[in-house]
Structures are given as structure tokens and as C-alpha cells.
Ligand binder design. Structure first.
Ligand code: GLC
Length: 658
């Protein structure tokens, strides 16, 4: 069916949704097309208000902490299958907004502060979902990097920063041919994203080559006619005012048949795509297999930030577990991405006994509503005695859906005073104290980290989190996660805008790019994560290749325990004509190594990957000159480096020789 087969009223009706989750069916002329959240699992609300039960996978922030492309693909595939079971045609995911500030309440739904890492994982996730004949919706386009005043605030971003930091993850995601892209609520440089013609038409459609449906975030359209002219195809959810506004604009000649038909044809193409995909859809995994996958992803997502020897737990040890989050873990953050899982995890202490029956494990919640409550003090006293008498103490604390939630930002990066006090009290009586931290974004641990032996940051790791945690603490699993965002001491861009404008004055110096440029200390750097194994890097070689360079090195596991390492490649121009970050992530590979095993890792680095967005040339530019290529285990644990000369034929002049 094409637009020409419909009346003008039918066409205009199609441009806004039917209810909260459906495309208009035009009285049965079209089959149903059903949308459902979300990035961490299916939140499918068909009738009434309660979502159907589904698997609560680790959040995208946790998935990104695995730095594992294959897991991103697998999680996408399993989400696609669960969507099929719930007759969902388009999954409203993934969110790929950059973590510009760790205060953003929705960072748990996003992948990284680095656009390359975010793009790589989004690409795999989309391919995974869509391989099942279910569509995706890459969101929130664009520069939606905080929740405070999200409906009204204008992100003020210069063109270079937009192209180098806030667009690349969408550009990479677009290469996976997502069925839809969701525009953001906010304004970009003073124009609502929903009616931003340069953003939606010039950049997304013409520059990035996206040819699918652009739909609004729920309630993001301010003027439906202006949105249509910007090539936004679908307003969600249904809006009574839309049809009248469009009719009036059409009668006045504000919108043309061509503009209307273009959007209608894209919507009809979406319907047809879903219709063709339906018979091919297959569910190959059971709910319990999805749960097992959630456990595996959670295990790979955990980041061992510090370990002075307390981990892994040893055979026959007496272990004391405390903190109310040890009971159920934290599946995810708050808002539209939350999943109604009917999985009830066993308490951590029980799972530890199951993983290693030789352990003598005792646990107390020591949960108190405020510091003065007698129950809390009583519980604390008892806990201190148990901790003192244990070989090791495990304190489980962190953020949750109340602190990390859509629609609000965090006012602080530290844990609650009550949880910080609990850590300090337990650490005071046990020198082998291990802290397990839940979080959707960076946590400031500077107030207590020096008095504990080990810290395991587990993100919001879904319904399988406690099972994964027990495996990690006992050594049945070896931690291999890496931070996908910096854990700063003084965060960049944490200050809010003036409620109407948020000036991105740091430019491209976001996250580690900013901390490295300023030479700032950070609590833990981007890409950081320890293992129970040790890896040695050697034999770095760089050879010119057709598209740029081939970078090769060897990595050896010199420990007695099998482990996984995320080998990271960074590049930095030594004397750029324009201010540039010291180094930027340009490649990563996660490898498994048996004890004593050595593997070669090879990266292909294109000249385009070394480019910056030149405002002067209004395009990407790779400068002739000297670059440093570094490989390592984090952005600040660079093991090997090589300087190379990049020759760029017929490039604009570089700095004239003296
Ligand atoms: C919300 C979110 C978006 C979600 C949509 C539908 O406001 O911003 O991510 O997919 O509405 O729930």
C-alpha cells in the first residue's frame, strides 16, 4: 500500500499513534504495529496499566561494562525473542546518549561516555534484536544528556562537538539499519529536536543515511505541522490535537502533499517490514535460558575496581555479609525502562554457600531507616561483632531505582551517609572488607575506599545479579568488566544549566577526554577493571595498510587462572592544528586466555578514525602529522605505544615549517 492509496484524512490520521503503544490501523486497513519499551527487557503494557512479566536483563550500562560485542548481540537476540512472545513489533531501544555527566539519572540506560564504545555495542544490540524480525528505536536523538528539565532545556552544542561526541553512536547504530529512531524531548541550540529540520533531515537522513521512521519520544511533539516539515513521521502517543493541527496546516498550504506522502510512505514501509517479518519470527530460547544469559552478562559486567587480596574468597573462610541490597540486588533503574520480572533471587549469603559449601557464611541486613533508629543501632552492634569474628566481611551497598531514575538527575555522586557509615564501621573491625557497589553511573567512593580491601562495582545487573555476584566473589567467575565511564573526583558538567539552557562549554572534552586534557586525577579511569589474572602485553607493531594502519600485539595470561582481558587501542595526534583530546578510544577486543596462554590481537585503524570534525572545512579532516598509538588495559594503564607518521595526500596545508 502507498500513500496514494489513502485519502488525505487517512494520511493525516496515520501521522499520530493509536493510544499509547500502537500505530493507527485506519479502521482495519492496516495490521497492528505494536511498540514496547525497553532497553533492559520488555515492559509491554497491552491493556490496562500493568506490564507483562519479562526477563530483567542487566541494564545497557552493565552490558557496556562487559565490552563484549558478542554479548551485546546475544542480549539483542534474546530481547527480540521475548518481544516475539509478547507480539511486539518494535522495541524502544537502545538508548545511545553519551554520559556527559555522571549525575544524569538515566545513565544506567546508556552505554558510555565514549561514542566509539557506545556505537559498537549499540550496533550489535540492534543487529541482535532485528535478526529476530523485531524492530528497534535508537534513542534519544539527540544531545539528551541529562533529565533535569528535559522537556524544556536546550542543549547548546557547537557543531564540532555534536559531530565528534553526540552523533557518532547514532551514526554507527544507523549502519545496523534500525527500523526507527526516536527524537528527544529537549531542544538542540534553541529548536525542539522534534521539529529540528537540520537535525532530523539534514543530519540523520542525509548525512547519516537513515531511511526509516523517525518517531517522537512520548509527548515530545510541540507543533505537529512543524515536526512533519522536519521529517518526523510519527507522533507518539496519540494526540487529539494533531489531526486538527495538520488539517489546518494543510488547508493553509503550510504542509504539502509531498511532505505528507513522504512520511506516510515511510510508515507504510514500516508496517510492511513488520508484516513480512512476522512469519519468519522464531523463539529459540526458554525463559530460563534467558535468565541464564542474564546471569552470564551480569558476571561479565562486574568491574573489579580494587583488590588488595581479599578476593576471591578462599576455601573454608568465615564470611560475614551485610547490607540490605545483598538480599535481592538491584535489577535496574527507575522509569520507562523498568521491567516487571517475577524472578526472586536468593539472598547473596545463601548463594555463596551454594557456590562454595566450604564457606561459613553469616548475614545480617543491618537495614535501618535512619541513623538513630534503635533497630539499626542494635543491628549494627551485632553486625560489628560478626564482622570482627569473620575472616572477610562483604558490605553490599549502592544506588537503586530511587536514585537513578528517568526524569531526574542525581544531586550527589556519593552513597547515602548511612551506607558510608556502615562501610566504615565494618572496615574498622575487619581488614579484609569487600564492598559491592550497585550503580547506574559513577559513584564517588573517596570517603571510604582507602579503608577497605576490595571493591566490586556491579552496575544494575538484572535479575541474575545475585547469582553472578556469588560466582564472582568465590572465584567461580573471574571479573572481566571495564568502566565505560570515568569515575571522577570532580565531575565535568555536573552543574545544571539555567533550567532553559545547558551550555556544553567543555566541547569535545567529555569524560576521560576532559580529565586527560586537564591532567585531573580521577578515582578510576575510563576502561579500568582488574581481574584475578594478570596479563602481560608485548610485541606491539604498526604497519601501514590500505585504509590506514594495522596494529598488532601479543597478550599473555601469566597467572594460574583463566581470565578475559579487554585490550584497548587509543590514538592521539601529537601536534594538532586544533585542540584535540590527548587520546581517544579507537578499538577494543575482549579475549579469553587460559593460564599461560598468549594470543595475538590485531586492530585495523583507518585514517578516517583519526579525523576530527573541522568547523572550517565543515567536514571530517585527518591531518598529516605524528600520532601516538597506545594499547593497554585502561585509558590510563597504557602498556605499549608507538608513534607513527600519518600521510594524508592532497590534504589542506598543515603548520608551515619554521
Ligand atoms: C519515555 C522515554 C522513552 C520511552 C518512552 C515510552 O518518556 O523517554 O525512552 O521509550 O517514553 O515509554
Amino acid at each position: 500500500m502507498k500513500a496514494k492509496d489513502l485519502t488525505i484524512d487517512e494520511k493525516l490520521t496515520l501521522l499520530t499513534g493509536d493510544g499509547n503503544w500502537r500505530l493507527e490501523r485506519l479502521g482495519g486497513k492496516l495490521p497492528e504495529l505494536f511498540f514496547s519499551d525497553g532497553p533492559c527487557g520488555l515492559r509491554t503494557v497491552r491493556e490496562g496499566e500493568h506490564a507483562l512479566k519479562a526477563t530483567a536483563f542487566p541494564t545497557p550500562s552493565a552490558l557496556a561494562s562487559t565490552w563484549n560485542r558478542a554479548l551485546a548481540r546475544e542480549m539483542g537476540e534474546l530481547l527480540g525473542e521475548e518481544a516475539i512472545e509478547r507480539e511486539v513489533d518494535v522495541l524502544l531501544a537502545p538508548g545511545v546518549n553519551i554520559k556527559r555527566t555522571p549525575c544524569n539519572g538515566r545513565n544506567f540506560e546508556y552505554f558510555s561516555e565514549d561514542p566509539y564504545l557506545a556505537g559498537e555495542l549499540a550496533y550489535e544490540y540492534i543487529l541482535g534484536v532485528q535478526s529476530k524480525g523485531v524492530g528497534t528505536s535508537v534513542k534519544h536523538f539527540a544531545a539528551n544528556n541529562r533529565e533535569y528539565d528535559r522537556f524544556y532545556q536546550s542543549s547548546e552544542v557547537d557543531d564540532r562537538t555534536l559531530h565528534e561526541i553526540y552523533l557518532p553512536a547514532f551514526a554507527r547504530a544507523a549502519e545496523a539499519k534500525p527500523w526507527t529512531v526516536m527524537c528527544a524531548y529537549n531542544l538542540l541550540n534553541g529548536v525542539y529536536c522534534s521539529e529540528h529540520k537540520k537535525l532530523l533531515k539534514t543530519i540523520l537522513r542525509e548525512e547519516l543515511g537513515f531511511d526509516g521512521v523517525i518517531l517522537s519520544d512520548w509527548g515530545a511533539v510541540v507543533d505537529r505541522a512543524k515536526a512533519l516539515k522536519a521529517t518526523l513521521d510519527l507522533e507518539m502517543p496519540h494526540s487529539d490535537a494533531a489531526f486538527a493541527r495538520l488539517k489546518e496546516a494543510y488547508a493553509r498550504g503550510e504542509i504539502t502533499d509531498g511532505e505528507i506522502d513522504a512520511s506516510v510512505d515511510r510508515l507504510l514501509a514500516l508496517v510492511e517490514k513488520a508484516q513480512k517479518a512476522r512469519p519468519l519470527r522464531k523463539v529459540l530460547h526458554t525463559a530460563s535460558e534467558r535468565h541464564e544469559a542474564a546471569v552470564r552478562i551480569a558476571a561479565e559486567a562486574a568491574v573489579l575496581l580494587k583488590n588488595d587480596g581479599a578476593l576471591p574468597l578462599c576455601e573454608g573462610e568465615r564470611v560475614f555479609v551485610c547490607g540490605k541490597k545483598a538480599k535481592t540486588g538491584v535489577f535496574g533503574g527507575g522509569g520507562s525502562s523498568c521491567v516487571d520480572s517475577d524472578f526472586s533471587p536468593a539472598p547473596l549469603e545463601e548463594l555463596l554457600r551454594k557456590e562454595d559449601p566450604s564457606l561459613a557464611v553469616d548475614g545480617r541486613e543491618i537495614c535501618f531507616h535512619d541513623w538513630g533508629e534503635l533497630h539499626g543501632l542494635f543491628g549494627l552492634r551485632e553486625g560489628i561483632v560478626l564482622a570482627r569474628n569473620a575472616d572477610k566481611a562483604i558490605v553490599v551497598v549502592g544506588c537503586d531505582a530511587d536514585t537513578d531514575c528517568e526524569g531526574c538527575d542525581r544531586m550527589q555522586l556519593t552513597l547515602s551517609p548511612v551506607e558510608e557509615d556502615l562501610i566504615r564501621h565494618i572496615a574498622a573491625v575487619n581488614r579484609q572488607t569487600v564492598v559491592v557497589v550497585y550503580g547506574g553511573s559513577a559513584v564517588d567512593m573517596s570517603g571510604w575506599i582507602d579503608c577497605v580491601n576490595a571493591v566490586l562495582y556491579v552496575n544494575f545487573n538484572g535479575e541474575g545479579g545475585n547469582e553472578a555476584l556469588a560466582k564472582l566473589l568465590t572465584g567461580a567467575e573471574n571479573p572481566s568488566g571495564k568502566l565505560q565511564e570515568s569515575f571522577p573526583l570532580v565531575p565535568i558538567a555536573s552543574a545544571r544549566g539555567n533550567t532553559f539552557t545547558d551550555v556544553y562549554s567543555e566541547g569535545v572534552f567529555v569524560g576521560y577526554r576532559g580529565y586527560d586534557a586537564a591532567g585531573s586525577s580521577v578515582l578510576f579511569p575510563f576502561g579500568h577493571g582488574l581481574s584475578y589474572s594478570q596479563f602481560v602485553y608485548s610485541d606491539l607493531t604498526v604497519h601501514p595498510s590500505e585504509e590506514g594502519f594495522e596494529v598488532s600485539l601479543k597478550v599473555k595470561n601469566v597467572s594460574g587462572r583463566a581470565g578475559k582481558e579487554v585490550v584497548q587501542l587509543y590514538a592521539g595526534q601529537k601536534f594538532p592544528l586544533i585542540s584535540r583530546p590527548v587520546r581517544e578510544l579507537k578499538g577494543f577486543e575482549k579475549i579469553c586466555l587460559a593460564p599461560g596462554e598468549q594470543k595475538r590481537v590485531v586492530f585495523s585503524l583507518s585514517l578516517r578514525a583519526l579525523a576530527y570534525w573541522s568547523p572550517a572545512l565543515d567536514g571530517w579532516r585527518t591531518e598529516e602529522g605524528e600520532y601516538t598509538l597506545s594499547v593497554g588495559s585502561s585509558s590510563r594503564d597504557l602498556r605499549l605505544a608507538a608513534d607513527v607518521w600519518v600521510h594524508v595526500p592532497d590534504a589542506p596545508s598543515t603548520r608551515a615549517p619554521k
